[in-house]
Design a protein around this ligand. Structure first.
Ligand code: ZN
Length: 398
């Protein structure tokens, strides 16, 4: 397969495409970047590798990189690089009063992003119309073609936070998927925002933890789990709902209808309410974190106590899953010193010493864009799976 044949639109036989997906995968992950390394790792002839590389170069997914001096017989070996600009993803993260939209490249790098105000009371169709209009405008501003979009990733808050008006269709995973797929026929991934945060955190880390627990400690508390590279969904998509685990003997009512939930006791929203009752000006979770960081004793104590409550629930998670990392994200995580101290105390007291001693509890590596990055990487990891790449190469020449 030559570049000329590819450009002339000649569809290569499937046998000429086989293994090109694996080649792209190895180069993208930096595990092999020369023809020789690829041939060695895959156990196939260099001529076969060259043939597939030619195809991937022609498709734009690979690009020649700088020459490395490590080639055989003293000649420089030409190295290959993944070209993340070979396509785009669309990512969205819905909140209660707004939706953040982004166009990213195939490395999850945000090319453009914006916040659009929404009113959930307008109903799912109107809200999603604002989303698709926003995507269209963003693509137009970037001069990007819809045909280069590899998929859409969409983060939703937990369902209990999204209760619509009585009689109104709910903004469910299915509605989002149907409306977006009708607008643009590409794979659509809809997941809870905490799951996308967890997946984004996994992709952004270099240490590839086998078990990662990603906790969002903001206005509400939620948690995403990644085990062996896969987000754990649970039987009905509710895995990780630690915010609705009852702690201690608290009777504080929670939005879910229960009492004493972690969310009602230890979330940023709950702390802000409690501080306001004591006459402290703390309108929201962000203000609580800022007060605690600035040395306010009452706020600092409240955050540490919240950390202990959260740690009690996480101690069960530590015993159950033996995670390598618990990463913390959200406004309250900004008061990390007090929050992490509280979590550590409870885990040390209530979890088994072995896994409790091993788990690293630390702020998330990604900041405010983590959810969008996770949504984009959901698309990327699907679109660049070896079999998906080979189908794409085959179809794009049909
Ligand atoms: Zn609850």
């Amino acid at each position: 397969m030559t570049t000329q044949e590819y450009r002339a639109g000649r569809r290569p036989p499937v046998s000429r495409i086989t293994r090109s997906g694996e080649i792209l995968d190895l180069v993208r992950r930096g595990q092999a970047i020369t023809t020789g390394q690829l041939a060695d790792q895959l156990g196939i002839a260099r001529s076969t590798v060259n043939d597939r590389v030619e195809l991937l170069l022609a498709s734009g997914l690979l690009t020649p990189a700088a020459e490395s001096p490590t080639g055989s017989r003293g000649r420089p070996a030409s190295t290959l690089a993944f070209n993340p600009r070979a396509g785009t993803t669309l990512a969205a993260q819905l909140g209660i009063s707004g939706v953040r939209l982004a166009v990213t490249d195939l490395a999850g790098v945000i090319l453009s992003s914006e916040m659009i105000d929404i009113d959930l009371a307008d109903g799912p169709r109107r809200v999603l119309r604002l989303v698709t209009d926003g995507f269209d405008q963003a693509l137009a501003r970037l001069g990007e073609d819809r045909a280069r979009v590899h998929g859409i990733g969409f983060g939703l808050p937990a369902r209990v936070e999204l209760a619509g008006r009585p009689g109104e269709p709910e903004l469910t995973d299915e509605v989002v998927r149907d409306v977006l797929a009708a607008w643009l026929p590409v794979p659509v991934f809809v997941d809870h925002d905490v799951n996308l945060l967890a997946f984004g955190e996994l992709c952004a880390r270099d240490d590839a933890p086998e078990v990662l627990v990603s906790v969002k400690v903001g206005t509400v508390i939620g948690c995403g789990l990644v085990v062996n590279g896969q987000v754990v969904q649970g039987e009905s998509g509710m895995a990780g709902e630690i915010g609705h685990t009852r702690v201690g003997d608290s009777e504080v009512p929670c939005g879910c209808g229960n009492v004493g939930c972690l969310n009602a006791v230890a979330s940023g929203g709950a702390l802000a309410r409690r501080l306001r009752e004591q006459g402290i000006d703390a309108p929201n979770a962000r203000a609580v974190a800022a007060l605690a960081k600035s040395g306010d004793v009452t706020a600092g104590h409240a955050v540490r106590m919240a950390g202990r409550d959260l740690g009690e629930v996480l101690a069960g998670v530590v015993n159950l899953l033996n995670p390598a990392v618990i990463s913390l994200w959200g406004y309250l995580a900004e008061a990390e010193e007090q929050l992490i101290a509280g979590i550590r105390e409870s885990i040390a007291r209530s979890a088994q010493p072995g896994p409790a001693g091993k788990v690293r509890i630390e702020p998330a590596v990604m900041g405010a864009d983590a959810g969008l990055y996770g949504a984009a990487m959901m698309v990327v990891e699907h679109a660049l799976r070896p079999d998906a790449v080979e189908s794409h190469l085959h179809a794009s020449l049909g």
